[in-house]
Design a protein around this ligand. Structure first.
Ligand SMILES: [Zn+2]
Length: 337
């Protein structure tokens, strides 16, 4: 799998005590390098203003640029809310969005998969405000670029511990969204009452989970039911994966009680569904994951799953492992029309 990475991704919040730290992507890059998976690296570019402004208001982009520039030797909150930035954040966030776009372009041109190992993450960022650790919505920007450049319809697949409120808010008109996430938890959105079938086969599909101890087999079995249902409804040309690994047991900002090994099954599933509907076109974009070791091993597992010689091997996760509440919700989702 092609990797999109830039040393610049370490420049945002360097030296600032913050869980969304430069060491996250540096640990991933080091681990991949040590394991011979860092040979096919593509340099990203900055997202253009036009690309960012398909998702964000130009006034918000200007605000991020100006407020980041005003921070000399300190970090502070964006005036739109709870997002910490420093003097480098605008440049890094713009290239994170560009990294997601380059991963998408690689997937579209080559009919294969790519992984944008970027930060800051993006799925909480809304059109007019940063939220959480997110400045620009990298996955949504890549999806809109796919639409503008290739006329592609995208399904964004979000398995991060947290709900991607920002992505959901900009969904529709060729962009669909399917997510599992802890509920209730930050940011408080993503209840089942927010599920919609949108015009022209688009959809917003949320499966809220209990905030802890969901378990590996239940998580894998749930996705093995959920993703084919969502893809069959949307029939996308491209999958963009909001790949957050804070669901892993012990993650300091998440923890659904799911093993690192779940990523192998998620990767195999996404590869299979990507081949069935999208000619293999899959772009991963890094979101959360704050246990660096678990994060690095999860990304490597995804890469291995896509390169595996045996495709579509069943995980062995049993449908019966899915709790009744989520199983019942899956039936509702199956009926989305
Ligand atoms: Zn998260």
């Amino acid at each position: 799998m092609r990797i999109v990475y830039d040393k610049l991704y370490g420049d945002h919040l360097r030296g600032i005590p913050h869980p969304e730290a430069p060491g996250r992507v540096e640990a991933v890059a080091d681990f991949l390098r040590r394991n011979g998976k860092f040979e096919d690296v593509i340099a990203p570019r900055d997202a253009t203003a036009a690309e960012i402004e398909r998702v964000h208001a130009s006034g918000y982009v200007d605000l991020v640029r100006a407020e980041a520039a005003s921070m000399a030797d300190f970090a502070g909150y964006l005036s739109t809310g709870d997002t910490v930035v420093d003097v480098r954040s605008f440049d890094v966030a713009r290239r994170a969005a560009g990294g997601a776009v380059v991963a998408m372009e690689t997937a579209m041109h080559e009919g294969g998969s790519a992984f944008a190992v970027v930060r800051p993450p993006g799925h909480h960022a809304e059109a007019r405000r940063g939220m959480g650790f997110c400045v620009f919505n990298n996955a949504a920007i890549a999806a809109r670029a796919a639409q503008a450049q290739f006329g592609a319809r995208t399904l964004i697949v979000d398995f991060d511990y947290h709900h991607g409120n920002g992505t959901q808010a900009v969904s529709g008109a060729g962009l669909s969204y399917v997510s599992t996430h802890a509920f209730p938890a930050y940011p408080g959105t993503g209840g089942r009452d927010e599920n919609y079938a949108l015009p022209k086969r688009d959809a917003i599909v949320n499966v809220p989970l209990p905030p802890h101890d969901f378990g590996t087999e239940a998580f894998v079995a749930l996705w093995e039911r959920l993703l084919p249902i969502a893809a069959a409804h949307v029939r996308p040309d491209l999958l963009i994966v909001s790949a957050g690994f804070d669901y892993v047991t012990g993650d300091p900002a998440g923890d659904l009680g799911v093993d690192v090994g779940a990523a192998s099954h998620l990767g195999a599933l996404i590869d299979r569904v990507g081949r069935e509907y999208c000619g293999g076109r899959v772009a991963y974009v890094l979101e959360g994951g704050y246990d660096w070791d678990a994060l690095a091993r999860s990304v490597a597992a995804i890469i291995d799953a896509h390169g595996a010689p045996v495709k579509g091997e069943a995980s062995g996760a049993e449908d019966s492992a899915i709790p009744a509440a989520q199983r019942e919700l899956l039936e509702t989702i199956e009926a989305l029309d």
